[in-house]
Write a protein that binds this ligand. Structure first.
Ligand code: URA
Length: 400
């Protein structure tokens, strides 16, 4: 088999066979295919697309390029949750403790932020002492003992996705629906959960801008789940405005804790409860209405907050952070942005707010750049709210 022929076939809009995709993924991992040929195929896929069968084969082959976690020692149906990425999206920090507090084990591997979208690992690491790189044994032990384990992806997992994502990032081929679908699902398959809930973000602060594309991506990932025998469901949710009021790692962790105390912003609480209910439903806990009530009870009773405390303790974090926010590193500089006139907030562009937070230090320009955990933006006004001249619209936090 020759890489040239595979590129030519995709360029001419034909479907690649399982064997051709395997040749490609193996060659990427062994580095026997030069980057220029890998990039050429990625661009051909970007332009020509892939069928659901090709997308599913690519996801499975990427998952099998590294270790696939065996979660069978943990009792119960394990449900994973994944957001395609947004601005101010801290739902995992709220949803995972709610679901675990309902007795359904949550073992979730998350990523770091890239570009203007945040990542759960960066948020967790802003809790003093919190460890996100746990070995397999510790992940399983924590899940058995506490019912919850939130970590990063192990170095030995999905090497094909790591290599392909790095090339996509520099060849303008990130926002291809089949490539996004196979990349996300490869990581979900490798994480070993039995069932998967996807939160497909759509709007100005997401990879996917239109409802039509978001529905296509959601459908494709649900189809991959079916083909690999992992029941998958997807919610398509709005990401035109940032979720909640806080954007930036420490600000978002505090907002998630406040939400678990029943004092969070309404949009964050509503979405978190809905995601938690769907995870409980997938885990076979009952009808969706019953699962909604279970999730709300876990929140209202503060059992979810105590589950977060248990996890923070188990992973070496300072649990004082849940009660006393001065434990978090404070930004050196803050600046208030005041409204110049009376009126209403019509919209808040999540993409622009996300980019502004990266400039303040809260995000990564490249995969390896560090993040400033205390940087970010706090928004006081949601779309639709009235504002008077001189009122504070937002506070910016930075160390630079
Ligand atoms: N998130 C991923 O994990 N992969 C993509 O390709 C895009 C978003």
């Amino acid at each position: 088999m020759r890489m040239y022929d595979i590129i030519e076939k995709k360029r001419d809009n034909s479907e690649l066979s399982y064997e051709e995709l395997k040749f490609f993924v193996d060659g990427v991992c062994k580095e026997s295919i030069p980057d220029y040929q890998v990039s050429a195929l990625l661009m051909a896929i970007f332009l020509r697309g892939m069928s659901p069968r090709e997308t599913s084969d690519l996801a499975m082959l990427m998952a099998e390029s590294g270790e696939i976690l065996d979660l069978s020692p943990v009792n119960g149906i394990k449900v994973d949750k994944h957001s395609t990425g947004g601005v101010g999206d801290k739902t995992t920090l709220v949803v995972a403790p709610i679901v675990a507090a309902c007795g359904v084990p949550v073992i979730k591997m998350s990523g770091r932020g890239l570009g203007f979208t945040g990542g759960t690992v960066d948020k967790l690491e802003s809790i003093p002492g919190f460890r996100t790189s746990l070995g397999k044994g510790e992940i399983i032990r924590n899940a058995e003992k506490h019912g919850i384990s939130l970590t990063g992806h192990g170095a030995e997992m999905v090497p094909a996705d790591k290599k392909l994502y790095a090339l996509r990032d520099v060849t303008a081929t990130v926002d291809s629906i089949p490539l996004i679908a196979s990349s996300i699902m490869s990581k979900k398959i490798a994480s070993g959960a039995d069932k998967i809930l996807l939160d497909v973000k759509c709007g100005k602060g997401a990879f996917i801008k239109t409802l039509e594309d978001a529905m296509e991506l959601a459908g494709l990932m649900v189809d991959i789940g079916k083909r690999v025998k992992k029941e998958t469901a997807a919610l398509v949710t709005n990401m035109d405005s940032p979720l909640g009021n806080a954007v930036g790692n420490i600000l978002e962790v505090i907002e998630a804790i406040e939400t678990l105390k029943g004092k969070g912003p309404a949009d964050l609480e509503t979405l978190s409860l809905e995601l938690a209910a769907h995870m409980l439903f997938l885990a076979g806990q009952g009808e969706i209405e019953y699962c909604r009530r279970m999730a709300k009870d876990a929140l209202d009773s503060r059992k979810a907050l105590e589950k977060l405390r248990e996890m923070v303790n188990a992973q070496g974090g300072d649990e004082e952070a849940l009660d006393n926010y001065t434990v978090f590193k404070q930004a050196l500089y803050r600046r208030e942005i005041k409204s110049e006139k009376d009126g209403f907030v019509e919209s808040i562009d999540a993409g622009l707010i996300g980019r502004a937070s990266v400039v303040l230090g809260a995000g990564r320009e490249t995969k390896d750049s560090p993040v400033d955990h205390s940087a970010g933006i706090y928004l006081y006004k949601k779309p639709g709210t009235m504002v008077e001249k001189g009122e504070t619209l937002a506070t910016l936090y930075t160390n630079n």
